[in-house]
Design a protein around this ligand. Sequence first.
Ligand code: HSE
Length: 448
Amino acid sequence: MKPLRVGLLGFGTVGSGVWNVLQRNGGEIARRAGREIVITHVAARAADGSLERARAACSEKCDGVTVLDDAAAIVHDPSIDIVCELIGGTTVARTWVLDAIAQGKHVVTANKALLAHYGTEIFAAAHDKGVMVAFEAAVAGGIPIIKALREGLSANRIEWIAGIINGTSNFILSTMRETGASFSDVLKEAQDLGYAEADPTFDVEGIDAAHKLTIMASIAFGIPMQFDKAFAEGITKLTREDIRYAEELGYRIKLLGIARRVHGSVADKGIELRVHPTLIPEKRLIANVEGAMNAVLVKGDAVGPTLYYGAGAGSEPTASAVIADLVDVTRMHTADPEHRVPHLAFQPDQLSIIPILPISEVNTSYYLRLRVLDQSGVLADITRILADHSISIEAFLQKEATQGEDEVDIIILTHLAIEKDVRTALTKIEALKSVKDKGVLIRMEGLH
Ligand code: HSE
């Protein structure tokens, strides 16, 4: 059978990984796919040196590969079956993906931002054209979480997902806990080691994780991609004190992406879609995922909790996911489009319009740290305000005052409460004369 012809857009970390793994394992991959998968064209940029790298790789290992700096030429080349978009961003990548679809080509992409923002448009175009858009590499790098959610767990009603889906943030939080260093010092170390970008905003502000969570939630619950409704709070304000106090109470703080189905009295009330630093019990397996690794915990009603762990980024781990998609497309491209696995797991006319709940409506537990005067009646005032808002206390910790100081830190862990009630209570607590600073609020999940 004729090989399937792939045009690679981008020859950076992931693109070169795809090239290398296909060169190394091509024979084995063809045995799985049923035919050979060959990269016939590569588009790369001269400005960042990737064009030169692509030329060198291609001339070393293989003749007959066209390397150029013109992605549009590849997208419009009728000899290409699959366009593999590994450029990133939401501008030219969107144009080329939509153009490739319009040309009747299948698309494999690792671009989470593109799908989180424009997934609805892209999948609708692909459906109309009868082509596949595969995106395993867009979420959690090498972990086959899209495959698990879309196919492996298809018997289940998915109840919730909780994931460590940003390796940079996890590296920073792990190092802060291990060394007691501050956020800014560890960020600098992460940048020096190449874990964090020069502009780390997307990673440390939870935006990258929110892109990935948006995609997973869509597949898990059969809802459209709604990145604009996802809540994202990053790790930049976390202090080493809070990490230490959490540890003393038996918790770790992780940047979690959480998507949860919330039941109403008769039907689903909505979906929680939120990324934020989260206290989780240290005895949970996911609490012990350290460094730049990723992990996703998925709770299905039939299977119970399942945990997926692995490298969330990197050249060959991400290439592993991209090539798995190339194999899937190769196996399925002759199948009737109506009988392929739907892009978002559910049939396109079966997507649901369950609302995404605002963060104020989220029902979870909280860690509150308050700086207060060490004198009688202070605790009574605070607990009265909490009780007035039906917020029940699960645990309490008071640190001894340092010599010569009349202020202490107190830490309160609450039972489940609605966030808007906790915020209202906190505002009232902060207004007490005995409370000396803004309180720290960190959400907490048992992950039972
Ligand atoms: N920047 C991401 C992370 C990897 O730190 O996990 C690519 O999604």
